[in-house]
Design a protein around this ligand. Structure first.
Ligand code: BTN
Length: 250
């Protein structure tokens, strides 16, 4: 595999979680650009405390970064990452296959979740990031069947060229490109790119936050990465976390 400059790969057979291993290595001084990849995870972690089932055959990796920014801005990496993964997958599927993003951290093929992103960070006493871990799971050959939002895999969607190594390299090239855009132009450009790939924009969505549910029209992505909804009263509300379920079928 030919990694883009600035990245180095640590390949493991099996680990508890590549995010946990990347954290341990970051704490031990591993440099930014280190990627921890494993063929299998025994305690893969998803967002909001969920489990990420991680059998052999799919792609699991975590990238250590050290962007020179505050902890509040690191959320922007969710959107950089999902746009990059969206572009990498779009290059692998047929032109008739829809690849999109769903707020806040999902990448979809034909409206089913194929990839998820888990960000973890630690900061220095000065408020700047000490390290940022961008963890990514991509369903290559299998996917969980019992999820509230439907999942899929590259193989299920007929993406025959589902070679893991090639996808990682492709992703990293797009990732680096979008980080450059973020550094040069700021989050506003990433926000526009993410919106152009988002499902549910302009449509009614349901947002689940723990036990609570809200419905409204998804009208925008805030400059802080929040989901902006117009609710029945006509008011605008900004949501910072939750799971989104589009209600309209287009
Ligand atoms: C989500 O819930 O959508 C986020 C899933 C993130 C899973 C990846 S797999 C590689 C890395 N290691 C983990 O334990 N989690 C992330």
């Amino acid at each position: 595999m030919r990694l883009p400059p600035g990245f180095n790969l640590v390949s493991l057979e099996k680990v508890d979680s590549t995010n946990s291993e990347a954290r341990r290595r970051a704490e031990m001084g591993a440099s930014a650009g280190t990627i921890v990849q494993a063929l299998e995870q025994t305690r893969g972690r998803g967002s909001r405390g969920r489990q990420w089932t991680s059998p052999k055959g799919n792609l699991y990796f975590s990238i250590i970064l050290n962007p020179n920014c505050s902890i509040s801005k690191c959320l922007e990496f969710t959107f950089i990452t999902s746009v990059a993964m969206c572009d990498a997958l779009a290059a692998k599927v047929s032109p008739m296959t829809e690849v999109s993003v769903k707020w806040p951290n999902d990448v979809l093929i034909n409206r089913r979740k194929v990839s998820g992103i888990l960000l973890e960070s630690a900061n220095n006493p000065n408020g700047l990031l000490k390290w940022l871990i961008v963890g990514i799971g991509l369903n290559v050959v299998s996917f969980p069947k019992n999820t509230e939002y439907p999942a899929t895999s590259l193989e299920f969607e007929g993406t025959m060229d589902s070679v893991r190594d090639n996808t990682l390299e492709l992703f990293l090239r797009h990732f680096k490109r979008w980080i450059d855009v973020w550094e040069n132009e700021g989050f506003s450009s990433i926000r526009q790119e993410w919106l152009s790939r988002a499902i549910g924009l302009g449509q009614q969505v349901r947002v689940k936050i723990s036990e609570n549910q809200y419905e409204g029209k998804f009208i925008d992505l805030g400059s802080d990465g929040s989901l902006i909804l117009e609710i029945a009263s006509g008011e605008t509300v900004s949501v910072l976390t939750g799971d989104v379920f589009p209600l309209d079928v287009t």
